[in-house]
Design a protein around this ligand. Structure first.
Ligand code: ADP
Ligand code: 5GP
Length: 206
């Protein structure tokens, strides 16, 4: 494909610090657009349809899935989630860098269906620190904490499939590593169509 934007996938067990890092990355680099997924889960009070997610009925999700609407899809915690393929390709073709908040199953499918991108896995420094962060958010019951810790183990088992690993121990170090990956990826020739054109003209290459 000839897209010039970067498909940037960041996966992490819940509570690791992904949202904290992503907020800083999009604030520093406004060329990022978020991929808005479709889901069958009910909206939370603060969520807006079309902004946080496209909220679909189960039937509508299945119908779209059968037409090849999704670049990837997965069932997470009993709900269906999917990335709309055409919208993603349009953003990339327009030169936007697209950031994905998807689970590890989705990351694997996205790589095989779109065949490009930078895939980053973010680790918590230890299981103890992950439970401290989850408890620190004040959103977990003992049952949901145990569920998230078990899910974290499953996700970490998939970490060898990723291109880059970052350990979110010291936040500043982790952020510097994340932005370094992004900046290095932008230097790949496939993302530099405008410069390629200039070089061809200037040096008489075709
Ligand atoms: P996620 O999006 O991965 O679920 P959050 O960004 O919501 O995680 O972070 C979970 C909690 O951990 C928050 O309270 C956040 O302030 C804290 N946190 C994030 N990164 C670090 C870090 N490097 N050191 C200590 N606490 C952190
Ligand atoms: P939440 O319901 O809390 O917003 O998201 C739950 C989980 O679903 C998170 O791990 C998130 O990364 C994942 N998720 C959200 N959208 C998608 C998607 O389009 N595809 C996949 N595979 N996972 C998604």
């Amino acid at each position: 494909m000839t897209a010039s934007g970067i498909l940037f996938v960041l996966c992490a067990p819940s509570g690791t610090g992904k949202s904290t890092l992503v907020r800083r990355l999009v604030a520093e680099f406004p060329n990022f657009a978020f991929s808005v997924s479709c889901t069958t889960r009910a909206p939370r009070p603060s969520e807006r349809d079309g902004h946080d997610y496209h909220f679909l009925s189960h039937e509508e999700f299945i119908r779209r899935r059968e037409t090849g609407f999704f670049a990837e899809w997965a069932e997470v915690h009993g709900n269906l989630y999917g990335t709309p393929k055409a919208a993603t390709l349009e953003l990339l073709a327009a030169g936007r860098d697209v950031l994905f908040d998807i689970d590890v199953q989705g990351a694997r499918q996205l790589r095989s269906s779109l065949g490009q991108g930078a895939y980053v896995f973010l680790f918590p420094p230890s299981p103890e620190e992950l439970s401290r962060r989850l408890l620190g958010r004040g959103t977990e019951t003992p049952q949901s904490l145990a569920r998230r810790m078990a899910a974290a183990k499953d996700e970490i088992a998939h970490s060898p499939e990723f291109d880059y690993w970052i350990v979110n121990d010291d936040l500043e170090t982790a952020y510097q590593q994340l932005r370094a990956i992004y900046l290095a990826e932008k230097c790949r020739p496939q993302y530099q169509h405008a410069w390629q054109h200039i070089v061809q003209q200037a040096w008489g290459l075709s």
